[in-house]
Ligand binder design. Structure first.
Ligand code: FES
Length: 66
């Protein structure tokens, strides 16, 4: 099995690294070969992917595991 990691960026997207398939609610799928950024702020113009809009919207989230 390929190594897959999901990194949560402070005030930004989820970075997914590794060979995975991302599927949206309608079943449309996207193959991820290397790295992809998934929008976490809800403001991206190309959801489910991050387009950098979080930087201009003031999105703030920096969760930490307990
Ligand atoms: S997290 Fe980057 S546009 Fe939403």
């Amino acid at each position: 099995m390929a190594d897959i990691t999901i990194s949560i960026r402070d005030n930004g997207p989820y970075l997914v690294r590794g060979g995975v398939t991302v599927a949206d609610a309608e079943g449309k799928s996207y193959e991820v070969q290397d790295v992809i950024a998934l929008c976490r702020c809800g403001h991206s113009g190309k959801k489910p992917f991050c387009d950098g809009t979080h930087k201009t919207t003031g999105f703030e989230s920096a969760p930490r595991a307990e």
